[in-house]
Design a protein around this ligand. Structure first.
Ligand SMILES: Cc1cc2nc3c(=O)[nH]c(=O)nc-3n(C[C@H](O)[C@H](O)[C@H](O)COP(=O)(O)OP(=O)(O)OC[C@H]3O[C@@H](n4cnc5c(N)ncnc54)[C@H](O)[C@@H]3O)c2cc1C
Length: 566
């Protein structure tokens, strides 16, 4: 059975030593308490959640025993309101701390984490775009978590391509709307953990233009202010590969009462406020799973005895050496550790920039921070969720055949991690967002700031950092060359789309390399950070050269065959 110990010390190091945030004492108190909740309340429910799964009984979704109580403890502990603005009744403790806590919750129990994740997104969308009346009625309960939120986009014919959406909204004389349609794959669309659920639903008004320009956003509660049940219900639950305790619902809106959020036909822009936040948090899901999977694999590798070390016995009294002596096991554990710690630093940096983009006194600094968040959101979502799957698979490999057997829990991480690469916009779509929107945005302003940030840091680093900054400079050159290639081919969308996934990884590896340089610069002499950084700079970062070659190989190799011969 897996165990989980939250990496509180590493999180504090990144938040306060590397990113320079103040009030370490508060962070330490919050993270220590969050670690207790994740380790002692959520983690023990992870296995039974997977085995029992959520159930649909008599038209209502029943969560796995223990989830309801855990959710009540979560709300009572004030965990949902941690980063919400104080003017909305939140604690205003900031996004970096929220992300660190979210990593722990995901590592302990990803199925549970989805309810708070979507509630946080609904809070952002409503606080940014809702009318005063709607905010008064719904924000306090979303902030506390008493009424969790959902995100209702997907329909059977409409997944990535939201322009195909069919659900309808008809205006009523009292200012409300009536929603009709079927949504699928709705996470926590129904459950018994709360008295009410706040659905944010995309639908079309009468006479709306076709495509994405004709979509509006609505708030549709499960229970109306009168106490009556609204005409929205879960008609089926999906049977799925992982995250089995998180109900994935088919939702029927059968003349349900709702209120518009934001302007008519501008719903997609409003929903993007929710989705951008959710994309970063889905990245955190991948990171949390990677961390838990590799922690368990490392413990196993310290105790499993097989064969002798290549340099001779390290455990001469025993029948064999622990497998942690073998270089290939080291490769599996340490390459993942280097990615996990680098990705953690990257995500927390983006969280810090997110807060700066809202709160900094200087508008130019706010703009720079907004640019950084926009550029790095698809990178964080994809890199961290790819890591989640890779680390979970490598965790199974370290366990050998025992990893394939349910008892070790290693295989559950693989099944749970897989969805993170798909929902909130598949990783392929994140890559298209990076090359098609973010890189060319404002004539390359976002990407130019990123290059300036990384190269200035390299230039200002002392000579003692050369073993790290020199390979990073090479990787930056590879990324610059790939960016020039993209810009040159900007008018040929087949070329840029063919390069997108490789370009995103190249971008991500440079961003993580930048964070590693920042971490090593702050590491104490006793810290293992420089040793782990060496793994990153020698075993992982050189991949940027092959990624550049793949980017520049263009579309022809992929598009030469006709569809029927692929
Ligand atoms: C467990 C689970 C929970 C979910 N929770 C929610 C939820 O709470 N709310 C909600 O609204 N939705 C939810 N979803 C839906 C999820 O967001 C979609 O499944 C996802 O966006 C992909 O849509 P699709 O499944 O229709 O795939 P499709 O859109 O059919 O895509 C299939 C493949 O084609 C690729 N593709 C499509 N277009 C392009 C393109 N232009 N270029 C390159 N590749 C392309 C995709 O990347 C993908 O690999 C959930 C799904 C699951 C499985």
């Amino acid at each position: 059975m897996p165990n989980y110990t939250a990496p509180v010390a590493d999180m504090l190091f990144i938040l306060h030593d590397v990113l320079g945030l103040d009030d370490r004492e508060t962070s330490e108190a919050v993270l220590t308490e969050a670690a207790r909740f994740a380790e002692n309340v959520l983690q023990p429910l992870n296995r039974t959640g997977d085995e029992d799964g959520a159930k649909l009984e008599g038209g209502s979704v029943i969560t796995v025993p223990g989830f309801k109580q855990a959710y009540h403890s979560f709300v009572e502990g004030g965990w949902q309101s941690l980063a919400c603005a104080t003017e909305h009744g939140g604690q205003g403790l900031g996004t970096p701390l929220q992300f660190a806590v979210a990593e722990m919750i995901n590592a302990a129990n990803i199925s549970f984490s989805l309810a708070p994740l979507l509630t946080a997104g609904a809070y952002h969308a409503l606080s940014a775009h809702g009318s005063e009346d709607l905010k008064q009625r719904y924000l306090p309960k979303l902030v506390s978590g008493e009424w969790p939120g959902t995100m209702c986009l997907t329909e059977p014919q409409c997944g990535t391509d939201l322009g195909l959406l069919k659900s309808r909204a008809a205006p009523n004389t009292d200012g409300s709307y009536t929603i009709t349609g079927t949504k699928i794959f709705i996470t926590y669309g129904d459950h018994d953990m709360a008295d009410n659920i706040v659905h944010l639903v995309l639908a079309r008004l009468p006479e709306a233009p076709a495509g994405v320009k004709g979509i509006s956003l609505f708030l549709c509660p499960k229970v109306l202010d009168t106490g009556d049940r609204n005409a929205v219900k879960c008609t089926a639950l999906e049977k799925k590969m992982g995250i089995k305790a998180s109900p994935t619902c088919v939702m029927n809106f059968d003349g349900a009462t709702a209120w518009i959020v934001g302007e008519p036909h501008r719903g997609l822009a409003c929903m993007f406020t929710m989705m951008n936040d959710a994309r970063l948090l889905v990245g955190i899901q991948g990171l949390g799973l990677a961390s838990a999977a590799i922690q368990n694999a490392t413990s196993y590798a310290r105790t499993r005895l097989q064969m002798r070390a290549p340099t001779g016995p390290k455990n001469p009294e025993g029948p064999a050496d622990p497998i942690i002596v073998h270089p290939d096991i080291r490769r599996l554990l340490l390459t993942n550790r280097a990615m996990i710690e680098g990705c953690r630093a990257l995500a927390l940096w983006v969280a810090q920039e997110l807060d700066i983009s809202h709160k900094h006194a200087d508008p130019a600094r706010r703009q720079q921070a907004e640019d950084r968040v926009a550029l790095l959101t698809p990178v964080v979502k994809s890199m961290l969720t790819d890591l989640g799957s890779q680390a979970a698979n490598d965790g199974v490999q370290v366990h050998g055949g025992h990893g394939f057997i349910r008892d070790t829990g290693a295989e559950q991480f693989v099944r749970d991690a897989r969805i993170c690469q798909i929902y909130e916009g598949t990783n392929g779509i994140q890559a298209l967002d990076l090359v098609g929107r973010k890189v060319p945005m404002h004539e390359g302003r976002l990407v130019a700031d990123f290059f300036a940030t990384v190269t200035n840091h390299i230039r200002q680093s002392p000579a003692t950092m050369a073993e790290f900054t020199t390979p990073l400079s090479v990787a930056v050159k590879n990324l610059e060359e790939a960016t020039t290639w993209l810009t040159r081919n900007a008018n040929n969308r087949e070329e840029t789309a063919s390069a997108a996934t490789d370009y995103l990884r190249l971008f991500g590896l440079v961003a993580i390399g930048h964070m590693w340089c920042r971490m090593v610069a702050h590491a104490t002499p006793q810290s293992p950070k420089p040793a782990v950084a060496r793994v990153y700079f020698t075993k992982i970062l050189p991949e940027t050269a092959s990624l550049l070659a793949r980017v520049m190989s263009g579309a022809v190799p992929l598009m030469a065959l006709p569809g029927e011969d692929v």
